[in-house]
Structures are given as structure tokens and as C-alpha cells.
Design a protein around this ligand. Structure first.
Ligand code: 4AD
Ligand code: MG
Length: 391
């Protein structure tokens, strides 16, 4: 069945469609249940009847609790009494995550003090590159990424993105590293690694096509070889980490399985293709704590990096996030991070967890590649580098 957003459901009147979301509210009768389901784009009332879904699923529906995540298929029917004007007559229902603890936010007035308690500051991309600050007597850090907060908002809105400055105390003095850079980060509920590869591929192709269509003059001033940009169309080559290691070794590089790529390796790989190359499924040990393990390849993570061609190297990093609470707790422990600091992030896996995925695209590295510039410092007005903070 086609997967649709609730806001678009009116375009499917009379058709059978699938909605993926969370349970807002439930009312049970003997042979019929009324669910209000939200997916971030809107709410819809779903009518589940014993006759429509069968005995076992109807019984399962009876167990559903507030904020449990679910995938429901049904026929779209117009109903003027329904908020939004449509209802769904369920033909199938699948529980993705049954909430077993009471959801702390009830449909009633809560003070903002209570609601604000939910957030605390955390490390995202490893503790070694955090800039520490004194937050009126409390320790806090400049953010490395908006991802963890994006995961919370994606659980509310389905598809989200953030765009802002991010900071890394990286003692790297290369043409690719800044201490402060801008990142655009999409995050999508119910998405998996493959969806992110597709999104990254379409996103980069779209951006390059826009620049070619609208910024011809500027590209001329920069003396950019635009034939290189015209080649940026889907599909992008996709290699597993293992395949990338083999290629590197064949080219004489001393890299071993389990090593992370450095600048040299990225340069070699990204020179081999005329368009960005997606490298996926790295060893979990060299990636961040939140990466979803690959069930088919133990030890590997469902993650990806996108390397820009012409030797530019990594411009995108991302993948699928752990959605199981226990697995995430093990990930935190393995990376030496405290569960207490991540309580709110763990809570996202307690109240209607769903598979989800996202990525971050570094703006300066992407601009350097598209413009054919030598160094990221030429892409931002006031570059912050290892030995440069003024002006
Ligand atoms: O691969 P990274 O570290 O991924 C994340 O931060 C994820 N939390 C993003 C996500 O999944 N939402 O960083 C993403 C991108 C890199 O591919 C690179 O383009 C850029 O951010 N980047 C830098 N750019 C300039 N200087 C640095 N020091 C950078 N570090 C990362
Ligand atoms: Mg990365």
C-alpha cells in the first residue's frame, strides 16, 4: 500500500493507504475501537473493527497505550464530523513499539517548568572534540551537531531538519577542518539507512543542479570547470566499507580492516569516481555511539559517509540510529558515556520508538567542492581554525 502523510490523505479518497505514526488517544467499544493517530503532519481518526482487522489484531489494538508507535493500513473515507474531514477504516495494524511505562505528558495543562525538565546538554560526536564552556557555574558544551535534538523533534513531526553553526575542538590543521562550521541535518522517522542514501543522493544532485542553473556567472568568476558538476546526477556509486578498504589496498595504501579513513584515503577514493561516492557499513567501533548495528553483519553499523569527487572527501555523515533502548544503553557503555546525561535521549526509546535515520551535510566542505576551492577557509566569512580566531 502507498505510504502517505496524514496531511495528504484527502488525495486518496476511497483508496487503501498506509499511515505510520503514534497513538495520541484511544476509545474502545466491544467490537470497535477509535484511535487518534498522529504522524507529525496531522491527526486522523482510525476506526478499527473486529470484522475489519480480525480477532488477533483487534485484541492487540486493545493493548495500545498513548504514544505507542504503529503502522496502520486502511481505506480513506470522507466524514464531515471528523477533524480534517477524513477517517481511516483499518484493514491492518502493526504495533512498532508498545509503550509500557506511563507517558509523563498527559493531555492536560502542564507548567513549562515541567516540560523544560526534559532537556540536558550532551556530547554527540565523541567527547574529545567538545568545546567546554562555563554556563553560569554549570559545565556545558558548544554543540557538535543538532542530531540528538533532531531525533526528538522527528518523533514529533516525522520529517525535520536543522541548520546552524556547530563546533568541533579538532586539533586538525587541514584544508577540510574548521572549529566552527555550518551543518544542515535532516532526520526522518520510520526511515532506514537506504532511505538516507537515496535522500543524500537526491539532495546533492538537486543542490548542484540549482547552482548550475542559477549561479553560472559566479562559477565563471571562480573558473570552475562546470562539466564536472554536470556529471552530478543519480545514481551515485555505493561501496561498503569493506569494498573501499580493498580498493585502497589495491592502490598500495597501507590501510587495514578496522582503521578509519584519514584525509589521504578519502582523497584516493573520491578521485576514483566522477560523482560523489557513498561508503556504508563501517565498523561500529570507529563510529559514534548511536549507530544502529547491522543485524546481517555483526560488528558493522548502518551508517554512511558521502565523499565528494575530485579529491574533496567527506561532505556528509549519517545513517540509521539505534531505536532499541537496551541496545542504546550498551552503545553508551561501550563508548564510556554516562546513562544519566542521556536520560532524555533514552526516553525517546521508551515512548513510541521507531526506526529512524538522518545525516549531516557540512556546508563549507560542500561549497568548497562545488566552487572548486582549495581550502574551506575560503567558504566562510570568519573562519575559525586551529590558530586563527581573529577577527
Ligand atoms: O560526520 P559528522 O561528524 O556527523 C555528524 O555530526 C552527525 N551527527 C550528523 C547527523 O547525522 N545528523 O559531520 C557531518 C559533516 C561532515 O561530513 C562534514 O561535511 C562536516 O559535517 N564536518 C566538518 N566540516 C568542517 N570542519 C570540521 N571540523 C567538520 N567536522 C564535520
Ligand atoms: Mg563524519
Amino acid at each position: 500500500m502507498p505510504i502517505v502523510s496524514i496531511e495528504d490523505i484527502g488525495q486518496h479518497l476511497g483508496e487503501e493507504v498506509t499511515v505510520r505514526g503514534w497513538l495520541r488517544h484511544k476509545r474502545m467499544g466491544g467490537k470497535i475501537a477509535f484511535l487518534v493517530v498522529r504522524d507529525g503532519t496531522g491527526d486522523i481518526q482510525v476506526v478499527v473493527s473486529k470484522a475489519g482487522v480480525g480477532e488477533p489484531i483487534f485484541a492487540e489494538t486493545g493493548q495500545l497505550t498513548q504514544e505507542s508507535s504503529l503502522i496502520v493500513t486502511g481505506r480513506v473515507r470522507a466524514d464531515i464530523r471528523a477533524p480534517g474531514g477524513f477517517e481511516l477504516d483499518a484493514t491492518h495494524l502493526q504495533t512498532v513499539h508498545l509503550v509500557t511505562e506511563e507517558f509523563p505528558i498527559q493531555p492536560k495543562e502542564h507548567g513549562t517548568g515541567f516540560l523544560m525538565e526534559i532537556f540536558t546538554p550532551n556530547a554527540c560526536e565523541g567527547t574529545t572534540t567538545l568545546f567546554e564552556t562555563d554556563y553560569f557555574g554549570e559545565k556545558a558544551y558548544l554543540t557538535q551537531s543538532g542530531q540528538l535534538y533532531n531525533e526528538a523533534t522527528a518523533a514529533a513531526f516525522g520529517k525535520v531538519y536543522c541548520f546552524g553553526p556547530t563546533f568541533r575542538a579538532e586539533k586538525s590543521k587541514t584544508r577540510r577542518h574548521l572549529m566552527e562550521f555550518w551543518m544542515i541535518e535532516p532526520e526522518v522517522a520510520y526511515a532506514e539507512l537506504r532511505d538516507m542514501m537515496d535522500l543524500a543522493e537526491n539532495f546533492l544532485s538537486f543542490v548542484v543542479a540549482q547552482v548550475l542553473a542559477r549561479r553560472k556567472e559566479e562559477l565563471k568568476i571562480l573558473e570552475r570547470d562546470t562539466s564536472k558538476l554536470e556529471a552530478i546526477v543519480p545514481p551515485f556509486p555505493r561501496l561498503t566499507y569493506g569494498e573501499a578498504i580493498e580498493r585502497l589496498q589495491k592502490s598500495g595504501n597501507p590501510i587495514q580492516h578496522g582503521d578509519d579513513f584519514g584525509g589521504d584515503e578519502e582523497t584516493i577514493l573520491s578521485k576514483e569516481f566522477d560523482r560523489p561516492v557513498i561508503i556504508h557499513r563501517y565498523p561500529a567501533a570507529i563510529k559514534a555511539f548511536y549507530m544502529q548495528p547491522d543485524a546481517e553483519h555483526p560488528g558493522l553499523a548502518l551508517c554512511m559517509d558521502v565523499l565528494a569527487p575530485e579529491g574533496y572527501g567527506e561532505i556528509i555523515g549519517g545513517g540509521q540510529r539505534i531505536h532499541d533502548r537496551q541496545v542504546l544503553e550498551s552503545g553508551l557503555t561501550a563508548h564510556g558515556l554516562s546513562k544519566e546525561a542521556f536520560q532524555w535521549y533514552l526516553d525517546l526509546r521508551t515512548f513510541g520508538s521507531v526506526p529512524h535515520a538522518g545525516f549531516g551535510m557540512g556546508i563549507e566542505r560542500t561549497v568548497a567542492w562545488i566552487c572548486g576551492l582549495e581550502h574551506v577557509r575560503e567558504t566562510i566569512p570568519f573562519p575559525r581554525m586551529l590558530y586563527k580566531i581573529y577577527p
